[in-house]
Write a protein that binds this ligand. Structure first.
Ligand code: TK8
Length: 361
């Protein structure tokens, strides 16, 4: 009992430090962060005291750092599963692509050499083309519509396509609305994008959309993006506000335009073989923990997407909001990708997706 209390105190201390942004990230200097890291280690050990010695280890790969909502959600999943199974599972969350970037980690989950990953859906198009419906620019208008897709029949239908590929989708997390940043100039129109070297995720729709605007897009794994911007091999990238802020992209990017051109899910995936080996009781615990953790993840992500715009401005970025007319110019510029990809994604699925969004209005 005492241990539990200590552990709870430490965990809440740790959570508090996550929100004040004190934990070290990849780019942060290591020295002054050390005490916080120790506290974190301690918290982890205290928590692990409740995990059984022969607990089954489940590693979860995350691409971003320990302050990101994907990590906060994964830690919530860890807490719930360990508690509800009385420590029969030892869930271990690894941040900063330590276990590999999205594509590699997901391939490992498919192979069964890694248990779980929280990944963007966009780089998985080779194995999961149905998810490409999310990559159609401007298709998801707001988070209410996103929730209707995630938690309704369309989200389930898209998620279920993974089961035949050796992967099981446990929950839809939110990555969010993607915004363009760059180091060269303020962008207010698709014309301004012409000639900019933009990093995209490894996804053909994203590539085609930026090409349609006249940019020079290059696909690249996420963990290489900061350095590529620092060394000016690329001018810019696009990501949701929490990622731009937590990864300190403001150190190497001067401009952000609130394009909101794509709404991306982060999906929580588990190896199919492992999933099939679980008892019905454990499957239920995993499912419930995943759904609970998704609630936390989405709430935090929405909070940070709003509040961190001010942080980016304070860090010296020029943040450009678009008028509805300016927004429309971007929408018009990327329209060709709809006809280009509708057959590959499936016209019927796109129609179902749009109908669910309409119904959520
Ligand atoms: C992190 C990625 C990231 C994504 C990207 O693993 O690659 O730009 O937005 O969140 O999934």
């Amino acid at each position: 009992m005492k241990k539990k209390v200590v552990s709870l105190v430490l965990v809440s201390m740790m959570t508090a430090s996550l929100f004040t942004g004190c934990l070290s990230s990849k780019q942060a200097p290591a020295t002054k962060e050390e005490p916080k890291q120790e506290a974190k280690q301690e918290a982890k050990q205290e928590q692990k005291a409740e995990v059984k010695k022969d607990a089954k280890i489940i590693k979860i790969s995350n691409g971003i750092n320990e302050q990101h909502p994907a990590y906060l959600g994964s830690k919530e999943f860890e807490r719930i599963v360990e508690e509800k199974t009385d420590g029969r599972y030892d869930i271990q969350v690894y941040a900063n692509a330590q276990l590999g970037d999205d594509v590699k980690a997901t391939q490992d989950v498919k192979m069964g050499t890694l248990e779980m990953v929280v990944t963007s859906a966009s780089p998985l198009t080779g194995m999961a083309k149905e998810f490409m419906v999310f990559d159609l620019p401007f298709i998801v208008p707001n988070t209410k519509a996103a929730d209707a897709i995630f938690d309704g029949p369309v989200g389930k239908k898209i998620g279920d396509t993974l089961d035949s590929k050796g992967i099981h989708l446990l929950a839809y997390y939110e990555n969010g609305f993607r915004n363009l940043t760059n180091s060269a100039k303020e962008v207010k129109s698709p014309e301004d994008v012409k000639g900019l070297k933009i990093r995209t995720m490894e996804n053909p729709i994203h590539l085609a959309a930026w090409k349609a605007m006249g940019a020079n897009p290059t696909p690249m794994p996420f963990s290489e993006v900061f350095t590529a911007m620092q060394q000016h091999t690329i001018d810019g990238q696009e990501n949701p506000v929490p990622t731009i802020n937590l990864n300190k992209f403001y150190e190497v990017q001067k401009y952000m335009t609130m394009t909101g051109h794509v709404y991306g899910p982060h999906i929580m995936l588990i190896s199919g073989k492992l999933w099939e080996s679980l008892s019905d009781e454990d499957k239920k615990i995993f499912e419930e923990a995943a759904q609970e953790s998704a609630k936390l993840n989405r709430a935090k992500n929405r909070e940070m997407s709003e509040s961190m715009v001010a942080d980016l401005k304070a860090a010296g970025m020029t943040v450009t909001e678009l008028t509805p007319e300016q927004q429309k110019a971007f929408q018009d510029a990327v329209q060709p990708v709809y006809t280009q990809f509708e057959n590959e994604i499936g016209k019927e699925l796109i129609a179902e997706f749009k109908a669910a969004i309409e119904a959520a209005k």
